[in-house]
Design a protein around this ligand. Structure first.
Ligand SMILES: [Zn+2]
Length: 332
């Protein structure tokens, strides 16, 4: 087996025709190129956590200032469409790190990616290279360099997207465009698969998944829907009783106001709204940590992931209901 591979490798190195063949540029008509773009953007619109950024013609990096925070768009945005129709390239971007792409992969890295399942995939500009898309289930994945110039493009990372033209003339998605739903994985599972190829060290998440599942409606993501006040003392819209998570020695250390949609813990002098309550109830933070401004950035997405596991709602519904937007930012 090894001998056969060596012979093939030697043959391909020595044979000029093979090498030329490998670098062949596949011609794609302008009409087909627009079709590739439209198919991809329609498909990706099902995953609003993935955003689009603008890239200059035949280039690979975004050119708008603050594209990571401000100048990124829903994939079906007219801004993106017009830019593309005017000859520009475009890219996919992952503001939250709750999705990622494997970029510039070699056959071994592609094999590792596909070991996670049949996921969204397309050819990139370099012949023989592909990009795979994943949805992350539990917590944000960053940008992680892999061997041979490959990358896990996670939070804030971007990648040139199908229909774009590589500086060498190749069309992204022009020879292979596999628009099946992206595989959903935990950060830990993803990193485990790529561990042999990661350059430098990346902390692996060891946190167990919260597997309690209790379906809930997004409209119930209010204090009223989240806290059972059976046995509490009522005063108007306020209910006072024992803290449902850490308990109470007096039986009165917790108050929830259904009208203001807020809660307060007298033991810790902390409180907040539904987002903070879910964070405490799912164990993402301790009650003592629930202070204003605490839940932002990566922590926000950890709470969303914990809520997803506990209540069975999509990330998009949860982040909208709990004060986030589709841009990975949230109110502070
Ligand atoms: Zn407390």
């Amino acid at each position: 087996m090894l001998d056969k591979e060596n012979i093939q490798s030697a043959k391909s190195t020595l044979s000029n025709s093979n090498r030329n063949n490998d670098k062949k540029i596949i011609k794609v008509s302008e009409k087909e190129r627009i079709e590739i773009f439209k198919k991809t953007t329609n498909f990706l619109s099902n995953y609003p956590r993935i955003r689009a950024i603008l890239i200059k013609p035949k280039e690979k990096t975004p050119f708008e200032p603050e594209w990571q925070k401000k100048n990124n768009y829903p994939v079906t945005s007219k801004i993106v469409l017009n830019h593309f129709l005017n000859g520009g390239n475009w890219g996919t971007m992952h503001p939250s790190g709750m999705s990622c792409e494997i970029d510039g992969d070699t056959p071994e890295i592609r094999k590792a990616a596909l070991s996670l399942g049949d996921t969204t995939e397309w050819n990139t500009g370099t012949p023989g290279h592909y990009c795979e898309l994943f949805i992350i289930k539990d917590e944000p994945v960053g940008n992680i360099p892999l061997v041979n110039g490959a990358y896990i493009r996670g939070k804030g990372g971007q990648n040139v997207a199908p229909g774009s033209i590589h500086p060498n003339g190749n069309i992204y998605g022009g020879t292979y465009l596999h628009l099946v739903p992206p595989v959903e994985v935990t950060k830990e599972k993803l990193l485990e698969v790529f561990k042999p190829y990661i350059i430098g060290k990346e902390k692996l998440s060891k946190k167990p998944e919260n597997t309690n599942s209790k379906p809930i409606n997004p409209d119930s993501l209010t204090m009223k829907g989240l806290v059972d006040v059976t046995g509490f003392k009522q005063s108007g819209s306020k209910y006072q009783g024992a803290h449902p998570v850490h308990g109470s020695s007096t039986g009165t250390n917790f108050v929830v106001d259904f009208e203001l949609n807020e809660w307060h813990c007298f033991r810790h002098g902390t409180g907040g709204g539904p987002l903070q309550w879910i964070a405490v109830a799912t164990g993402v933070i301790n009650c003592s940590e629930s202070v204003p401004g605490k839940i932002k950035g990566d922590l926000f997405w950890k709470v969303i992931a914990a809520a997803h596991n506990k209540y069975g709602l999509s990330y998009e519904k949860l982040s909208a209901a709990l004060g986030g937007d589709q841009n990975g930012k949230q109110k502070e």
